[in-house]
Design a protein around this ligand. Structure first.
Ligand SMILES: [Zn+2]
Length: 275
């Protein structure tokens, strides 16, 4: 699933392709791809300001318009969602679930092989009832170190399961949880409330470093993820632990362990990541 660096990269590569485009029509090819109370055709006639990211959500912002309450579109790519802009007249592919047509001729395709991805039309009124949005935790690249450490006060759950919890902190998934915990020398199953502030500050520093390095490399391409330009990311070449269970630790040579934590395959070094 695309995490913070991948969605950030998609937003950055998509923005120049869609900014100032006016939506001339919409097609919803799979009913279940649209969630929420508002229909997709409320986007018709509206000018796009650009794309940005919140957590793992991609947000397309619309120019304000008198009398129009809709302010944008949220896209949750989940497992296999992809966004590409094609020339006018390009027919939908076998996995195309929605299309936005542009007045000037382009078409924005939302392709999604597994069909877990979701689109949601945003308006201040209907967003009040969107529990996921309202519960989203802070952004790891914006929160202070001390603010980050405070998120875990009194939380007995494993540090990894809290990093994955989007209501605790937004945008982190399995890759960047395992990679940041390795770099910080913290065992993924360590109870969060037993970690000192010093170790949580170090985790925040390592988390920011790994997220920024991945954004710099245009994200990690393991399976389906591509930028909006169709390119693969390169950060998978910098993984220290993710997907490396049973192989030697790159720092100390100890065999990396693999176990399920928070329902996700978790890889760590038993020597480098003391509790
Ligand atoms: Zn090691």
């Amino acid at each position: 699933m695309p995490e913070l660096p991948e969605v950030e990269t998609i937003a950055r590569t998509l923005t120049p392709l869609i900014t100032n485009q006016v939506v001339s029509g919409v097609s919803l090819l799979n009913e279940r791809t649209l969630e929420g109370p508002l229909p997709l055709d409320l986007l018709t006639g509206r000018r796009i300001l650009g794309a940005r990211r919140r957590g793992k959500l991609l947000l397309i912002d619309l120019e304000e318009q008198d009398g129009a309450e809709v302010r944008g579109l949220a896209i949750h790519l989940r497992m296999t969602g992809r966004l590409f802009v094609f020339p006018a007249g390009t027919p939908p592919g076998p996995h195309t679930r929605a299309i936005l047509d542009f007045m000037e001729g382009g078409r924005l395709f939302f392709d999604d092989a597994r069909k877990f991805g979701r689109l949601r039309v945003l308006s201040p009124e209907s967003d009040k009832n969107w529990a996921f949005w309202n519960a989203l935790g802070p952004e790891p690249l914006l929160i202070s170190g001390k603010g980050f450490a405070r998120l875990f006060t009194g939380r007995k759950a494993a540090i990894k399961s809290l990093l994955l919890d989007q209501s605790v902190i937004a945008g982190i998934g399995n890759i960047y949880a395992d990679e940041s915990l390795f770099r910080a020398g913290i065992a993924p199953f360590a109870p969060a409330d037993q970690l000192s502030e010093k170790r949580l500050l170090r985790l925040h520093k390592c988390l920011k470093e790994v997220l920024l390095a991945s954004i710099e490399a245009c994200g990690s391409s393991i399976r389906d993820y591509r930028t909006a330009r169709g390119d693969a990311g390169a950060f998978q070449n910098s993984f220290q632990v993710y997907g490396r269970g049973g192989q030697p630790c790159l720092a100390c040579g100890t065999t990396l362990q693999s176990r399920r934590v928070a329902g996700r395959t978790t890889v760590w070094c038993p020597r480098c990541q003391g509790r």
